[in-house]
Design a protein around this ligand. Structure first.
Ligand code: MN
Length: 516
């Protein structure tokens, strides 16, 4: 497959760094490790695990990932200063293969207003930072922030200095999602022609989707000679997000006739990665999202269905199987047993231990009692709802809500806290407000809810409710979710899931149920 090493495109995943930087996408250390392990299994070449000097939590995450990833290069981000660079090297110590990515802005706007540095000082910082990183790590990537709005001559001078100082990869960032494909191709081509040493250096691109051109820009850059692309799962990232890894990979695979590059990514794991990231962050993938949206392979119209039945390629340029979007043949219902559930979970890409299987099976049974068929979406929903509730200090026992067309709503909730029953009633202007107040009163702790999203899984009146919410307590933020036939109960589950996380963090987990 890799006839020529020069035609291999390296995939650099930054879901855990740039992706996590977007508001509300905070992930815990174990969640980040879970994502990193799947990216590694998927054949991602480089995993940017975080920004170690940003916070102690980031440092811990990068270190934990460095200790777990087996094949991929683990990378950490650093600004152009000694403290950042040294901290990355420290966090990456357990890694089998490691890379330091150090960056600085090179555009006049950023140098003047953000860095408040003269170009000469920026140039010197490039030399010093790459030299420092190179002393600590063989594999160094130098990144030019806001490269697409810089003076090309200055960008090229800095790139040349970085290469001389030992950078093996030079990354040009379209930080604000401004450039258009032809222009980007020209920049990449000129850079390869004009920068001494570029021929033996990997040229990387990092793009954003502010104008909806992230994938197109990656493809244009690859055609012009870029050999590394920085992407995220589901395209999450700051503002409109980064380039979607799944889109760039499948564009190269599907149009190999025009884009003859070797790609090491196992595409059958793309859907699983998409679900995992969406489940952890609570960032729901739109149904019409390319490659991983729930409608990406659905043919609804009669004409299209007829065509596909006659010959799949009439309306299909790639198959659902190729991206792992087909769950399998097993139909689940109320007569399905534990074994069938385990097989189904494996089909959907989940590995669970016996204790966890028992809990999931209980949730599955209570669901199957109310529904004839339990769809793959329902099971994915259960798994997303289970996420983050591995250790429960606090548990929902029962919930009653009283709704009337006029006036306040009442909620009565019973929870079990450290094994003791607590009952409370509260009123609210909405059902969610009443439930939240009742839970807070019963649990004796309060949080602030930033947003609540209510979604349905599946079609018709049989659809389950999935509630995704973002809560804050002090400086900490959590995204949590709950699934149930009733939206109020789903809301209560999501709320309690977040409370559990805080209680676990505060050291009260040991008293709760362990569910490895
Ligand atoms: Mn970025």
């Amino acid at each position: 497959m890799m006839a020529d090493e020069n035609d291999r495109v390296l995939f650099f995943d930054t879901t855990l760094r740039d992706g996590e930087q977007c508001p509300g996408a905070t992930m815990s250390v174990p969640e980040k490790v879970e994502v990193a392990c799947l990216l590694d299994e998927m054949g991602i070449d480089i995993i940017e695990a975080g920004f170690p000097n940003a916070s102690p939590g980031d440092f811990e995450a990068v270190k934990a990932i460095a200790g777990r990833v087996r094949s991929a290069i683990v990378c950490g981000l650093a600004r152009a200063n000694r403290a950042d660079i040294d901290r990355v090297a420290e966090a990456l110590r357990p890694a089998r293969r490691r890379r330091i990515h150090t960056f600085i802005s090179v555009s006049p706007l950023h140098m003047r207003y953000k860095l408040q540095m003269e170009p000469d000082a920026v140039y010197q910082a490039v030399v010093d930072s790459v030299t420092r990183a190179r002393n600590l790590c063989e594999d160094v990537e130098w990144g030019a922030e806001d490269a697409t709005r810089s003076d090309p001559e200055f960008l090229f001078r800095c790139a040349e200095a970085a290469i001389k100082a030992g950078a093996r990869t030079v990354n040009i960032a379209d930080t604000v999602g401004y450039i258009i494909p032809e222009e980007f191709a020209e920049l990449v081509r000129t850079m390869r022609e004009k920068v001494p040493g570029m021929e033996k250096t990997c040229l990387s691109v990092h793009v954003h989707d502010d104008l909806g051109m992230a994938t197109a820009n990656c493809i244009a850059a690859i055609k012009a000679g870029a050999r590394q692309v920085e992407c995220t799962i589901n395209g999450i990232g700051e503002r409109a997000g980064n380039a979607s890894l799944e889109e760039v990979v499948m564009a190269l695979k599907t149009r190999a006739d025009r884009l003859p590059y070797a790609v090491g990514v196992k595409t059958e794991l793309l859907t699983r990665a998409s679900r995992l990231v969406s489940g952890i962050t609570g960032f729901v993938v739109p149904p019409n999202k390319a490659i991983v949206g729930s409608n990406a392979f659905a043919h609804e119209s009669g004409i299209h269905q007829h065509g596909v039945i006659q010959h799949r390629q009439t309306y299909e340029i790639m198959t659902a199987e190729a991206v792992g979007a087909v769950g399998g043949q097993l139909v689940m219902g109320k007569h399905s047993g534990r074994h069938a559930l385990r097989v189904k979970l494996q089909e959907l890409g989940y590995q669970v231990g016996d204790n966890a299987l028992q809990d999931i099976f209980e949730r599955f049974k209570s669901l199957a009692d109310n529904k004839k068929d339990v769809s793959d979406d329902d099971i994915i929903g259960i798994m997303d709802g289970e996420r983050g509730t591995k250790r429960e200090v606090i548990r929902l026992v029962s919930l009653r809500t009283d709704a009337s067309a006029a006036g306040a709503l009442t909620a009565e909730v019973q929870i079990s806290l450290d094994g003791a029953a607590q009952v409370s009633r509260a009123e609210g202007r909405t059902a969610f407000e009443a439930i939240a107040k009742a839970i807070e009163a019963a649990a004796g702790m309060s949080v602030a809810v930033a947003y609540v999203r209510v979604l349905t899984l599946g079609e018709g009146l049989n659809a389950l409710s999935r509630v995704v919410m973002r809560l804050t307590r002090g400086k900490e933020t959590y995204v949590s979710q709950g699934i149930d036939a009733d939206p109020g109960v789903a809301f209560a589950r999501a709320y309690l899931q977040a409370l559990n996380r805080w209680l676990v963090r505060e050291g009260r987990a040991e008293q709760g149920r362990e569910r490895a």
